[in-house]
Design a binder for this molecule. Structure first.
Ligand SMILES: [Cu+2]
Length: 497
């Protein structure tokens, strides 16, 4: 029998009051319009314990043809984790990660939800799942004090990809501290199989210190109210999916990504540089769009994107509100490995232009930060950290080998201008340089923009690297020297702090 006809007959039967208990598991509302609600009757079989996963992993498909009782056990844990290299932050988590554990059920399932709040917690928490039909999405039933547990049960009536989050006052603060995640309610027939599924979630974070300022950073309520985040991140850390943590897939594979936006404030312009989404289920709903470059994800919303890999290389996931990607951390890497496909793309990877220091391991930066904090920072550690940062900031113009470009960018390698007064270089980096100068007998008359977005540590390490690389031999520059120049000189108009 024709599928549509079967559907029609069942719908008609439903209207007559039959077909409710034994509705076929494929029962769905018509493709266009109508309700998507799926009460397929009481749960069947033994209760199932949901497999929960940490990002970027996704639990396996439910592979079920009937509604079941699914038990979800989620624990809130408040813990310090790294938000950027050498920067720690006290996150409040669902399941120990940001975003929280991924939950996967099937439309029509009865979900028995257990929320625990670890005894070490300082705050009460609850959970609002956008996939729940009922007051507060569960929040009204799950207010949980530290060391306590609560429980409620709901039927997953609507299929789709849904955000869950804490809704305890002050709600914005709980969300800003990382209390969100995704629950996928699969359609009854399941989703077409793909080679890889990933879980990615964007969020904005507000710290008292500036971007990449080292040490432990407290939450900044005023910045949050002003919607002026210090960090915009995928999966709760700047390095969650960069360097050695990049997602890795092969060529000729199909990839499905469940992408959420926890907010609390920003809307995401989600984009994967060098790929086109073949299919986007926007807003986590049922309808889809095809051949999409950038898709909008509202705060408290989600999308499913699907694409097929063809050409090997580094693909960069960004929020295309692009300062967030390069100056607030909203950047992740999908590494595609396999044979070149010159008939589709000629080759020569130029992705360093895009990703700079993000492609490298920032471990030396973290090591220098730790050493700085304990007062044991050596010149060698500064050079190692500075080298990584130089690639991300200075090498575009002065080149990785420090030789610059004839007549355009002066050399730093063997520069008499630089070595004559190393302390002056601090001013050059913070305030920029314009007008005629002479380096090694060659005239330059160009513009170097101020690099004052770098913090004092970063400037000190970069300059120590520059002054002691490519045959240069000079002093180490201290963070305090940079701080002094920053307070005693004036940034040109329009420069960062
Ligand atoms: Cu909370």
């Amino acid at each position: 029998m024709n599928k549509l006809l079967a559907l029609f007959i069942c719908t008609a039967a439903l209207a007559l009051g039959a077909c409710t208990q034994s509705a076929p598991t494929t029962a769905r509302a018509p493709e266009t319009g109508g309700s998507r609600k799926g009460d397929f009757g009481p749960p069947q079989g033994e209760p199932i314990h949901a497999i929960l996963t940490s990002p970027p992993e996704v639990p396996p498909p439910t592979n079920r043809k009937h509604p079941a009782k699914v038990i979800v056990e989620l624990e809130v844990i408040e813990k310090d984790m790294e938000i950027a290299e050498g920067v720690s932050y006290t996150f409040w988590t669902f399941g120990g990660t940001v975003p929280g554990s991924f939950i996967r059920v099937r439309q029509g399932d009865t979900v028995e939800f257990h929320l625990k709040n670890h005894p070490s917690s300082k705050m009460p928490h609850n959970i609002d799942l956008h996939g729940v039909t009922g007051p507060g999405g569960g929040a009204a039933s799950t207010f949980t004090a530290p060391g306590h547990r609560t429980q409620f049960t709901f039927k997953a009536l609507n299929q789709g990809l849904y955000v869950y989050h804490c809704a305890t006052a002050p709600v914005g603060m709980h969300v800003a501290n990382g209390m969100y995640g995704l629950i996928l309610v699969e359609p009854p027939e399941g989703l077409p199989p793909v080679d890889h599924e990933y879980y990615v979630m964007q969020g904005d974070f507000y710290t008292v210190g500036k971007y990449r300022e080292k040490g432990h950073q407290p939450f900044d309520m005023q910045k949050a109210i002003d919607e002026n985040p210090t960090y915009v991140l995928f999966n709760g850390a700047e390095t969650s999916m960069t360097g050695p943590n990049a997602l890795k897939v092969g060529t000729d594979q199909s990839v499905r990504m469940y992408v959420g936006n926890g907010g609390p404030n920003l809307v995401s312009s989600f984009h994967l540089i060098g790929e086109i989404f073949d299919k986007v289920q926007y807003e986590g709903g049922t309808h889809f769009q095809e051949n999409v470059q950038t898709t909008l994800i509202p705060a408290g919303g989600a999308v499913t994107v699907e694409f097929h890999t063809e050409v090997p290389g580094s693909y960069v996931m960004v929020d295309h509100s692009i300062f967030r990607a390069f100056n607030k951390g909203a950047l992740a890497i999908l590494q595609v490995e396999g044979a070149e496909k010159p008939h589709i793309y000629s080759g020569k990877q130029v992705d360093e232009m895009y990703i700079g220091d993000k492609v490298a391991s920032l471990a030396p930066v973290a090591e220098a930060a730790t050493a700085k904090a304990t007062g044991t920072l050596t010149k060698a550690q500064q050079i190692a950290a500075g080298g990584v940062l130089f690639k991300g900031t200075c090498s575009t113009c002065h080149q990785e080998n420090g030789r610059g470009l004839a007549n355009v960018f002066p050399p730093l390698a063997g520069s008499d201008y630089l070595m004559k007064d190393p302390q002056h270089a601090i001013e050059v980096v913070l305030n920029g340089l314009t007008g005629p100068i002479t380096v090694n007998g060659n005239p330059y008359n160009s513009v170097m923009p101020p690099m004052s977005q770098l913090n004092d540590d970063e400037v000190a390490n970069i300059l120590t690297y520059v002054l002691n690389s490519w045959g240069n031999s000079g002093p180490a520059i201290a963070k305090q020297d940079v701080a002094r120049v920053r307070t005693s000189t004036k940034r040109p108009e329009g420069a960062a702090h």
